[in-house]
Design a protein around this ligand. Structure first.
Ligand SMILES: [Zn+2]
Length: 145
């Protein structure tokens, strides 16, 4: 059982979720998972479900907070863009370089998708977390202001 899911109503889990949401745009998933993992080792040394791998899985698969999800999608598409970038041209047998029109088409489509995410304005959520903290229905303290 994932610690952060199991104790999601507890203050410490809420604080760590806020930390995740606030930093997802500026830190890599591994870095954030490491920070949260270390914190959980401190506060619940005998607890289970908070290994580095489990925290990372929580971030990648369990959390559906918009800015966390959007960051994940952008990272995934960026990885795809990088991969496609190396596949845009082919060298023919006579050493002439030929553009791979099919891959260029896919590449441009992916670039467009990334741009769409930024244009929707949802990227504001990516930059300025407002989905966790004091505005939830449980009336938790808003430490973000
Ligand atoms: Zn979880």
């Amino acid at each position: 059982m994932c610690w952060l899911c199991e104790y999601n109503k507890e203050t410490e889990a809420k604080n760590l979720t806020k930390f995740l949401s606030d930093n997802v745009a500026n830190m890599g998933t591994d870095q954030i998972a490491q920070c949260i993992h270390e914190r959980l080792e401190e506060i619940d040394p005998n607890g289970e479900g908070h290994s580095f791998e489990q925290v990372k899985e929580h971030i990648l698969l369990h959390v559906v907070i918009p800015n966390v999800k959007i960051a994940g999608i952008i990272r995934s598409l960026t990885g795809l863009m990088d991969r496609l970038e190396t596949m845009l041209m082919n060298t023919a047998e006579d050493d002439t370089v030929v553009i791979d029109a099919k891959n260029v088409g896919i590449y441009l489509k992916v670039v467009n998708e990334v741009m769409q995410i930024y244009k929707t304005g949802n990227s504001n959520r990516l930059m300025f977390s407002d989905t966790v903290g004091g505005k939830n229905s449980n009336g938790a303290d808003d430490a973000s202001t």
